[in-house]
Design a protein around this ligand. Structure first.
Ligand code: GTP
Length: 597
């Protein structure tokens, strides 16, 4: 296809503003798929994505559109993940296209994720077409939202499109705007092959499928190609485009977006952002800006039932095949036995993986406290990365500890601003900026990541009744007074509950945890001390008193079935518990003990 007849674009939006609905409409109105094949929200393939209403894997579709000028254009839409955890993937897919539709719900306005994603689009030099969606709703206020786009984002919104993705209003105008307002891609077919690896995933039938954007040159079936990151050579055995079903093509040229398969075994060998070229007569300079995404949040995953360890290993290996940003290594815990220390891009990523392990693989899990990576500087001048509080070196050898900090952007209606400021302040935040756009405030905070990984997002949602939106990115490391707090149950340390905390907050957190644990651990036949300690010093203590009565005592005398039932019930209750010394701790205690009220 001629470059002048190609348009490549993505859609940026805050969650729920209608990105998938609009994509479906564009596909449907160009007859890319027959109506009967339209599934609700074609672009979000996975069940979990659909259920949680989030898009995880970048997806793509090629649309043919006959424009009002009589010419037929190829429109390539790359779907980008909407959530902060996947910021790196968003930035890569942005670099594969020349323009963006900025979808903003005209009943809501600009949200934190709108901002984060649109800045990525601006960074990638996109031409941006604002789309005010949901104009069918009575609460739509296009004038206000357009003004807000100009005030907050700083782009011209005077010719924003007014659309209802749901009822089909403005879809034709959107297609025309893509053709007339977005630039055609550039590229040179006579140059050596440069292709960007935009995304890759594992398909049970085809093996690894690689999504590519051709910058220069021509890519054909049978070509021997090189991944520039690791120098590995592969033979292209299939090449095609998504319409959205796979359709083979002979070749892909400059400006085009499509897929290849090449007998690649693991997604790990195909790093997003890598450059693909020909083995012979290829380029020797990769596209700029490649950096593999790094896990930033770590936690331990242990089977509730130790016998399920092998099942857990299999499941984790399978998931990792398809997710290069998920890392794992075996871990043994004195309290929990064998399990895995896993690394994630962020909290949502952690939740998605944990959910899939529990649901798709049916494994009951104990998740230990999420932790960030600390930089521990030793007295001898060396530095170690601490991924697990349980591995904290002897304090006498430690000089100082640095922790990762984030820049968090929160958009919130005026009336909840006070609560949000208090929450950020409580989490050791430093305010960086506070501005207003209409009746909404935009607050920017410098926060320690470790205060955010656990339940910050939940708390934010609850203090603002769901009206705040939140986004963050890592800023770097800073020294602070951090200590390791251990939890002892019946005088035994439970390593899975140990955590790094700020010294000034240790007592409060310790108190909170022992109180929670007292509620969460069932009473036993003996009394159980529950303590929080720093080094050898106990900073908080509760005692769980002993159980007096035999549970079966009240059905003394005959009724054997009732007695059995009661015992069975106890046993079932036990299944989800782990024994620590003589004490049974229920599975949910590990997570709930960490929630702060
Ligand atoms: P993520 O995939 O989670 O990022 O969400 P999204 O931005 O793709 O939003 P989605 O398309 O799933 O739409 C969110 C909700 O808004 C759905 O319930 C849609 O039916 C609804 N919706 C989308 N567009 C319109 C519209 O134009 N009018 C109305 N009334 N509802 C819409």
């Amino acid at each position: 296809t001629e470059l002048s007849h190609i348009r490549n674009f993505s859609i940026v939006a805050h969650i729920d503003h209608g990105k998938s609905t609009l994509a479906d409409r564009l596909i449907q109105s160009t007859n890319t798929v027959a109506a009967r094949d339209m599934k609700a929200q074609l672009l979000d393939a996975m069940d979990i994505e659909r259920e949680r209403g989030i898009t995880i894997k970048a997806n793509t579709v090629r649309i043919e559109y006959k424009a009002d000028d009589g010419e037929t254009y190829i429109l390539n839409l790359i779907d980008t993940p909407g959530h902060v955890d996947f910021a790196y993937e968003v930035s890569r897919s942005m670099r594969a296209v020349e323009g963006s539709l900025l979808v903003v719900d005209s009943t809501q306005g600009v949200e934190a994720q709108t901002l984060a994603n649109v800045y990525q689009a601006i960074d990638a030099n996109h031409e941006i077409v604002p789309v005010l969606n949901k104009i069918d709703l009575p609460a739509a206020d296009c004038a206000r939202v357009a003004e807000q786009i100009e005030d907050v984002i700083g782009i011209d919104a005077s010719n924003a499109l007014q659309v209802s993705a749901k009822s089909g209003i403005g879809i034709h105008e959107t297609l025309e705007a893509i053709v007339t307002r977005l630039p055609a891609p550039k590229g040179d077919v006579t140059k050596p092959l440069t292709a960007m690896l935009v995304d890759s995933w594992y398909d049970a039938y085809l093996g690894v499928v690689v999504l590519v954007r051709i910058m220069d040159g021509l890519l054909k079936k049978g070509d021997r190609v090189k991944m520039m990151q690791n120098g590995s050579i592969h033979v292209v055995d299939r090449i095609g485009v998504f319409r959205p079903a796979m359709q083979d093509v002979k070749e892909l040229g400059p400006g085009e977006i499509g897929f290849i398969t090449a007998q690649i075994k693991q997604v790990r060998d195909t790093r997003v952002g890598d450059t693909i070229t020909h083995e012979k007569k290829g380029v020797d300079k990769a596209l700029p800006g490649f950096k593999p995404s790094q896990p930033v949040v770590f936690c331990g995953l242990f089977p509730v039932d130790a016998a399920e360890f092998e099942d857990l290993r299999d499941a984790i290996e399978k998931l990792a095949l398809n997710d290069a940003s998920f890392s794992y290594e075996m871990e043994t815990s004195a309290a929990l036995g064998f399990g895995f220390r896993c690394g994630f891009l962020g909290l949502l990523h952690l939740e998605v993986i944990r959910d899939r392990l529990e649901r798709e693989y049916d494994i009951d899990l104990i998740t230990t406290a999420p932790s960030v990576i600390y930089h521990v500087y030793m007295r001898d001048g060396s530095m170690t990365e601490l991924h697990n509080p349980a591995d904290m070196p002897d304090l006498t050898l430690v000089d100082h500890i640095e922790e990762p900090r984030i820049k968090a952007t929160i958009l919130v209606p005026d009336e909840y601003l006070g609560d949000v400021l208090k929450l950020c302040q409580d989490r050791r935040g430093i305010q960086m900026d506070l501005t207003y756009a209409g009746t909404r405030a935009m607050v920017v905070y410098d926060l320690p990541l470790n205060e955010v990984v656990f339940d910050f997002y939940d708390r934010l949602k609850s203090v603002t009744k769901g009206y705040a939106s939140f986004d963050y990115h890592l800023m770097g490391y800073r020294e602070d007074a951090l200590v390791k707090m251990s939890i002892l149950v019946n005088d035994e340390p439970v390593d899975a509950l140990s955590m790094m905390v700020h010294r000034d907050r240790a007592e409060m957190r310790g108190r909170g945890m022992v109180e929670k644990l007292k509620e969460l651990i069932p009473r036993h036949m003996f009394k159980i001390p529950i303590q929080a300690a720093i080094g050898g010093k106990v900073i908080a203590r509760e005692t769980l008193s002993a159980m007096r009565k035999d549970v079966t005592a009240k059905c003394y005398g005959g009724d054997a079935t009732r007695k059995r039932k009661l015992l069975d019930k106890q046993k079932a209750g036990k299944k989800k518990m782990r024994q620590f010394g003589k004490v049974d701790i229920p599975q949910e205690a590990f997570i709930n003990a960490l929630k702060m009220d």
